[in-house]
Write a protein that binds this ligand. Sequence first.
Ligand code: HEM
Length: 145
Amino acid sequence: MTPMEKTVISAGLVILALIEFFTAMYLFGNKGAKPLARAALAAHRIIGYIFLIWFIWVVWIGVDLLARLSESGTGWQFHGPRFYHAFLAIVLLLILILKIAFVRFYKNYRLNAKWMGFVLVVGTITVWLIAGWFYLISVGTIVTD
Ligand code: HEM
């Protein structure tokens, strides 16, 4: 898997995060009648679990990429953006697992699902921007001749 392929695969996560945001906003963003509430909640749940599996997959690819990068070249060096990208991704995964646990099992903490959801949306976009978008820009700006 190349950084380019990972960037494109991760863009799918950004799209899922935005769908999660808009289903949540439909449900909790305003008062008033919501004829599609059941469908929106079902969609939020199903897409949330797809997001979880997709996220684990992308983290797995990222760990593999990091391992390969650290082997190639003359020596492993600390790389700021790469560190923050990987660190934030792991934190987001833990927040998502905790959020699901609060909704499913530890219901006294269920109210926290809302702010955790916002952190997940903002965090997903941020993680993607740190490496993915900037990677695409760098690829686009390389002059080959
Ligand atoms: C990447 C973004 C998000 C993901 C992956 C995600 C994931 C999930 C999942 C998987 C569940 C279902 C848990 C279960 O029933 O087992 C859930 C429920 C919930 N989410 Fe999100 N969510 C996201 C964004 C948001 C946002 C922005 C909000 C803002 C309000 C939010 C609020 C909630 C709430 C309140 C519940 C509980 C719903 C209920 O009453 O059953 N989520 N989320």
